[in-house]
Write a protein that binds this ligand. Structure first.
Ligand SMILES: *[C@@H]1O[C@H](CO)[C@@H](O)[C@H](O)[C@H]1NC(C)=O
Ligand SMILES: *[C@@H]1O[C@H](CO)[C@@H](O)[C@H](O)[C@H]1NC(C)=O
Ligand SMILES: *[C@@H]1O[C@H](CO)[C@@H](O)[C@H](O)[C@H]1NC(C)=O
Ligand SMILES: *[C@@H]1O[C@H](CO)[C@@H](O)[C@H](O)[C@H]1NC(C)=O
Length: 321
């Protein structure tokens, strides 16, 4: 089941994005949306495979048929939080091509300590050309966990209803305020929820057959757009420290001189950390940190040892709201 879901999600990556996906954003205060949680499952780490990673998977749709597959893996002890700390790990939900989606990106995060699942989606506003909307929501995971005595693992699925039927679960999301002006004051920006849309992920490495390690790994490069005020950055790997890629992001939108961004990418766990800092010239300077699981698809070039890994678009959030 676990590997089936991961394989399904990987296969879906190659499907082109849904055409003309958009939603009515309204005046950005009262608009809400619904997603059905068609299926969900948690698998503990498997001691027999020496993996300390737990897997959480959910299928989402607007009806009973799934349209997005959400899969994330993290060391079990982290319970969905980066190094068990204060930053929740966001992951992309992949459109499975079985219908037309209305969203540009769908992302989820799980707080396995509190058994809560958070959902965020972004979409073009059909009533406001050139604008993207963001909507966020969450659902309590009322799970039934079963231990498998033979191998020491356990798995959890949504609890059945009193009559033994599968529960009907849905997440309601609410639209976030429209983005601020790129040149808006630091103090206004600091009151907003911070998140990013990451585009054009690219990473290349060489892996000769039988080689134990990747060679000439470029690390990732990508474009980053902050959703609170539409600042655009170009991010490139600049070095590696303790097997973690680090890089800087250059602002490509002239209006923004008060903010800088940088990233770290752990290729073992496929975890990307974004840090954006606003220098406000007084005590109101602040930083936002977001963590995302980025498992891009990698294709081997014809007759070549070079793998090219790409990803179209991901949304990365910061704290949970
Ligand atoms: C936003 O739209 C809703 C529904 O159309 C309306 O009830 C509400 O008053 C509007 N709010 C603002 C601030 O315009
Ligand atoms: C797990 O790791 C230990 C020590 O690293 C090793 O001795 C053992 O054979 C491994 N087990 C499996 C199933 O890979
Ligand atoms: C919990 O899972 C067990 C094992 O699969 C099952 O027998 C039981 O009916 C489930 N209970 C609920 C409330 O879902
Ligand atoms: C910081 O500067 C901004 C704009 O220049 C101003 O609105 C804000 O009140 C200042 N904050 C503090 C704590 O001085």
């Amino acid at each position: 089941m676990r590997n089936g879901l991961v394989a399904l999600a990987a296969a879906a990556i190659s499907v082109p994005l849904g055409a003309a996906a958009a939603r009515v954003c309204g005046n950005g205060t009262t608009t809400s949306f619904q997603y059905r949680v068609v299926d969900a499952r948690y698998d503990s780490a498997d001691p027999s495979r020496n993996s300390s990673l737990a897997t959480i998977a959910a299928s989402l749709g607007s009806s009973a048929s799934p349209l997005y597959e959400c899969v994330a893996q993290w060391p079990e002890s982290w319970a969905g939080w980066y190094e068990g700390g204060r930053n929740i790990i966001w992951s992309d939900c992949i459109w499975n091509g079985a219908g037309s989606g209305q969203d540009k990106t769908v992302s989820f995060a799980v707080d396995w300590k509190k058994k809560l699942m958070y959902l965020s989606h972004t979409f073009a506003c059909s009533d406001k050309k050139g604008f993207d909307g963001l909507a966020t929501g969450f659902i309590a995971l009322d799970f039934n966990c079963t231990a498998v005595a033979e191998d020491g693992t356990s798995y959890c699925t949504p609890k059945n209803t009193a009559t033994g039927a599968r529960p009907v679960l849905s997440i309601s999301t609410k639209i976030a305020p429209a983005p601020l002006d790129a040149a808006s004051a630091c103090t206004d920006t600091s009151k907003r929820y911070q998140s990013w849309q990451l585009e054009k992920w690219l990473r290349q490495y060489e892996m000769p057959p039988g080689a134990a390690n990747l060679r000439s790994d470029t690390g990732p490069s990508f474009t980053l757009r902050d959703m609170a005020n539409n600042g655009v950055f170009s991010c490139v790997t600049s070095g590696v420290k303790n097997s973690i890629f680090e890089g800087a992001c250059k602002s490509t939108s002239l209006a923004i001189s008060t903010t800088t961004a940088k990233f770290l990418f752990d290729p073992k766990l496929n975890l990307l950390t974004i840090t954006q800092h606003w220098e406000c010239g007084n005590s109101s300077s602040f930083s936002a940190v977001g963590v995302s699981f980025v498992q891009a698809t990698c294709d081997r070039g014809f007759n070549s040892d070079v793998f090219t890994c790409t990803y179209d678009q991901i949304w990365i959030g910061t704290e949970v709201i």
